[in-house]
Design a protein around this ligand. Sequence first.
Ligand code: MG
Length: 401
Amino acid sequence: MKVTIRNIRAICTAPANINLIVIKVETSEPGLYGLGCATFAYRHELIELYTERYMKPLLVRRDVSRIGDIWQLMNVNSYWRNGPVTNNVISGIDMALWDIKGKMANMPVYDLLGGKCRDKIAIYRHASGSTPEEAVDNAQRMVSEQGLKYVRIQVNGYGGVGGSQTSHEEKQDGIYMDPSKYISDTVQLFDRARKVMGDEIELCHDVHERIAPVEAVRLAKRLEKYRLFFLEDALSPEQSDYFRNIRQLTTTPIAMGELFNNPKEWDYLIANRLIDYIRCHISQIGGVTPAYKLAHFCEAFGVRTIWHGPGDVSPVGHAANVHLDLATPNAACQEWGNVNDERLMDVFSGVPEPKDGYVTVSGAPGFGVDIDEEKAKKYPAVNTVTLWTQVRNPDGSLQTP
Ligand code: MG
């Protein structure tokens, strides 16, 4: 008998002080449901409204087995497409349908996607400090305590001078940074990191699009001798034509894509081999269905995947990342945020736990992650004005965040 969609709803919760949105798709089969990640942390009420008001009427009573058709329908139904709100809602429903299909087949999603290409995936985690010395000390401690093979190092997070300036009368609210100081700190950071940590550890860095394009070209060149595993978001998506300049001048590997939500943002970069790693945020591009297609597209051009895995991805989304990593030959490693925070582990069960620098999933049907909705209510999502995206230069002008 055909199993159909009975109800769709958004669950908003913030166990680790970051808003997370999980979509629950309930079916005509008693007890059979799926979960998906729709985390647009900074506009979460729009995801709730869109799901309830537009997607539920569109999809109730449809056959849960037709994932590809439902994805196309969700993508075109509002006529205007590829926006972050729409894509996150699509992702939540798409992932939930994959979760349901896995439960119906009694298979983990990686098996539905063709089966394992690897047993586990190496993770990278974030180390930071207020000076290059402190950042390297912290990185070294994390590497030895957690057995990491890869680590991302930053001075002051993404180069900011730290903290907000909300009470300063002469200044606009925001996070202030000095691009020149950021660049010199970063070169010193990797000089020290290689001297102290040696050559075996893989080092990563995220510019977070916070410098001018020509400075990004120069930074990539200056970092070449430290043999980074990747330099991420050296440019904003709007300036991605400059990747050609970086490519011509240096062998520093380039990672890009967490802000992408339209295939036209990535197809040229991949087909022209201007990046080494695609870093899309799976909920931002519409879920597992487009991510799996994107991984295959990248494979043809020698580009590898490192799916975005920061704090503003739910444990369901992190599990989906790992299922994709296991099932695609061209996955390089996996970003691992605060996924195993004890408050998250209290609300979500079946969350993958890394060991000795690698992570895998249990093999439970679907994504293998569940949510305790009563516990989720203990950590309500909140609406605030987002400050970290208000990044300013020393003269007060805004910088891309
Ligand atoms: Mg990043």
